[in-house]
Design a protein around this ligand. Structure first.
Ligand code: ATP
Length: 306
């Protein structure tokens, strides 16, 4: 689960923990920018977005001085390719995402987007280049339309509908009492986990970023919903540089590279076939998921294999 802890004073004391999803975090961070530890360098230029290549170069990072959460992590995501992060809870997967967004600065090494150190460009331009589909989307108490439009406030009605169609949610929206004008969120129509995720996908399609960060839902969706959402996810990732935190290994068998993160270090890397043939940590994770899926067969068809 991606969480953000915003340091609210100059001494970097973690005054309040905010457990929200990434989309809210983009918003939240703008509001709190003045109080954040992370600042734009004086006269920092905007990020020059080319094709969205990512690189972690010998990155070490800890939230406090006592413990490193990432230790000498290096990897690249080539423009347009898909890289998956897997590993046990607490391994540091979400931390990688937060560093890409520059919610924190690294202790050592560098995070590069299209060859530019994220510390040298404006935070606003960096975040504009990155779209996020979080595990659990929190919707604004506003209309369906606004919740999609948030990806690009200047979008036309036609663009919003087209994004909703690409996210496989348009037909469903038409069944809501006021269609796109239906109020959703805590004080409106409650949407299912799958519907909320589709709204997040539509929002990201509308934002049209070069880079997409995807935090796969752990268990919120049933098998049918899950299967249907794969097509929409594939569309949002197509032709974009994609970094996925994956919980179900079946969703990343086609990833260009899989990074196995454990205790803050990359212990294995390669594509699915290569990692299976190494018979290491990934192979045993895969075996475990196969077994739990088989033992779930005949129950309720829910393959929540975590
Ligand atoms: P999960 O799959 O459970 O989401 P993860 O691999 O994403 O786990 P991270 O959230 O990156 O793991 O956390 C890595 C380590 O950093 C964990 O030990 C966690 O307790 C610690 N950690 C995360 N956020 C903070 C924070 N704001 N302050 C201090 N420690 C933190």
């Amino acid at each position: 689960i991606i969480q953000l802890y915003v340091p609210l004073n100059w001494f970097g004391t973690y005054y309040r923990a905010i457990q929200k999803n990434f989309v809210d975090m983009e918003n939240m961070f703008d509001l709190m920018r003045v109080d954040s530890d992370v600042r734009d360098a004086a006269g920092a230029p905007e990020l020059l977005v080319r094709r969205g290549g990512l690189e972690f170069k010998h990155v070490s990072f800890g939230y406090g001085p006592e413990r490193l959460v990432l230790n000498n992590v290096s990897f690249k995501v080539a423009p347009g390719s898909t890289v998956a992060l897997v590993g046990p809870s607490g391994a540091g997967k979400s931390t990688v995402m937060r560093l890409l967004f520059r919610f924190y600065d690294v202790n050592e090494g560098a995070v590069l987007v299209d060859g530019q150190d994220v510390r040298t460009v404006t935070q606003r331009s960096l975040r504009a280049a990155i779209g996020v589909v979080p595990q659990d989307t929190v919707l604004f108490n506003n209309t369906v339309r606004y919740n999609i439009q948030y990806g690009k406030l200047s979008a036309s009605a036609a663009d919003i509908i087209s994004a909703a169609k690409n996210a496989d949610i348009h037909d469903r929206i038409l069944t809501f009492p006021d269609a796109y004008d239906t109020q959703v969120g805590e004080r409106g129509l409650r949407l299912s986990g799958g519907e909320k995720q589709r709204i997040a996908i539509a929002r990201t399609i509308l934002k049209d970023p070069a880079i997409v960060l995807l935090d796969e839902a752990t268990s919120a969706l049933d098998t049918n919903t899950e299967r249907n959402i794969q097509a929409a996810l594939a569309r949002v990732c197509a032709n974009r540089t994609t970094l996925i935190i994956a919980h179900r290994l079946s969703t990343i068998v086609h990833a260009d590279e899989i990074l196995v993160l454990k205790d803050g270090e990359i212990i294995e890397r390669g594509n699915h076939e290569t990692l299976l043939s190494q018979a290491g940590f990934y192979a045993s994770m895969w075996q475990q998921q196969l077994e739990s899926r088989n033992s779930n067969n005949g129950n309720n068809g829910n393959t929540d294999n975590n």
